[in-house]
Design a protein around this ligand. Structure first.
Ligand code: GRF
Length: 364
């Protein structure tokens, strides 16, 4: 077996060797834990996860995706380290007893060959979202399935993005707003206070005389009024394109909708996919749309709040990044409740932006 060999002669174990280990453990009434993954660039999230997984039994095998299967899963630029190196590094961890490399995208046949007692998987999966074939194999060998929480903010993708970020590069933000701009002010204040490592490279509004644009001008930031066109609710095609041009010229990493009351469409939505964030004054998926706060009062909710989420073509429906909660108090009017919600927004939005790369979210 490979554990303890010197690096010159390191070879991962075979499935048959691991099966032998499993049978020995089984005969002693002990349990073999099985987990699988790419483990391309080992980080603290992996190490903690592996220690938690190992604690579920008496020995642990890590089934490591081969180089070809990492490429199939993660794209042509991965893996960063070849399979033997990845196996060797993993095998040096206290939590890992043995490493076996497998070539398929799924670990199904390996699970059938090894018959582990426990199967551990990270919290980016649920029992339901496990691959159906893998789940069936686990059930057929009687393995107990355990989903373990992931360590937030630690991921190989986030690490790679940090390395690609320009030296000392701050996140380049475009902020779009139509109203008084209190969220925009919170962003500007957080940057000035050193709490948000970013710069506002474009402030864009569809309202010429908005408080939002006044804040930008006062702070000496590039401020742009974009004429929305004749329809009072929609943003015309020329305006959509003009906004896109501003974003491109300013080399924007992330587009922040901070009270922007019109719907962004193409070309921005696809070109900036995964890089547009909105703050909405409700606990989504509750109360989508422009009347979220009065809607919460009308519904008799006892709790309200705000959601920071990614923007997709479907209104207020993109992935939720963070939520903040506030109580609804007796006698609340929509204005009073909205002010209470905004206090939370002003903390949450700069926080999410500051953690953008750590969260593994997309940039330019
Ligand atoms: C905020 O409540 C935000 O959730 C919503 O619009 C409001 C903007 O407020 N999308 P402000 O202009 O930032 O003060």
């Amino acid at each position: 077996m490979s554990k303890g060999m010197t690096d010159a002669d390191f070879t991962p174990a075979t499935a048959a060797e691991v099966r032998q280990l499993r049978d020995q453990l089984d005969a002693q009434g002990k349990k073999l834990v099985f987990t699988n993954g790419c483990f391309d660039l080992l980080h603290a999230g992996h190490v903690r996860y592996l220690a938690d997984a190992r604690a579920l039994g008496d020995a642990m095998v890590v089934a490591l995706n081969s180089d070809a299967s990492v490429r199939a899963l993660k794209g042509p630029d991965r893996p960063l380290n070849n399979e033997n190196d990845r196996a060797e590094v993993l095998c040096a961890l206290r939590a890992v007893d043995v490493v076996v490399v497998f070539g398929d995208e799924r670990a199904t046949s390996l699970i059938e060959a090894i018959r582990p007692h426990v199967y551990a998987k990270g919290g980016d999966y649920t029992v339901e979202s496990l691959n159906a074939e893998e789940r069936a194999a686990l059930q057929s060998v009687g393995a107990e399935i355990r989903i373990l929480p992931l360590v937030p903010g630690r991921s190989t993708t986030a690490t790679i993005q940090k390395m690609h970020a320009p030296q000392g590069g701050k996140l380049r933000l475009a902020v779009l707003g139509s109203g008084i701009g209190s969220n925009f002010r919170a962003i500007v204040d957080a940057i000035q206070a050193g709490k948000l490592d970013a710069e506002v490279v474009a402030a864009i509004s569809d309202q010429k005389d908005s408080g939002f644009l006044a804040i930008a001008k006062q702070a000496g930031l590039p401020a742009h009024f974009v004429d929305p066109g004749t329809n009072p609710k929609k943003l015309g095609e020329a305006a959509q394109k003009e906004i896109f041009d501003h974003l491109e010229r300013a080399r924007v990493d992330v587009v922040v909708l901070a009270g922007f009351m019109r719907i962004l469409k193409e070309p921005v939505i696809s070109q900036y996919s995964g890089r547009i964030v909105n703050v909405h004054p409700s606990l989504l998926p509750k109360h989508k749309g422009a009347h979220a706060v009065p809607d919460a009062l009308d519904a008799g909710d006892t709790e309200a709040g705000c959601t920071v989420h990614l923007v997709t073509a479907e209104i207020d429906a993109g992935a939720i990044l963070e939520q903040g909660r506030v109580p609804v108090l007796p006698g609340d009017t929509a204005a009073v409740l909205h002010d209470r919600i905004k206090q939370v927004e002003h903390v949450l939005l700069p926080k999410v932006l500051n953690e953008w790369r750590e969260r593994g979210l997309a940039v330019r």
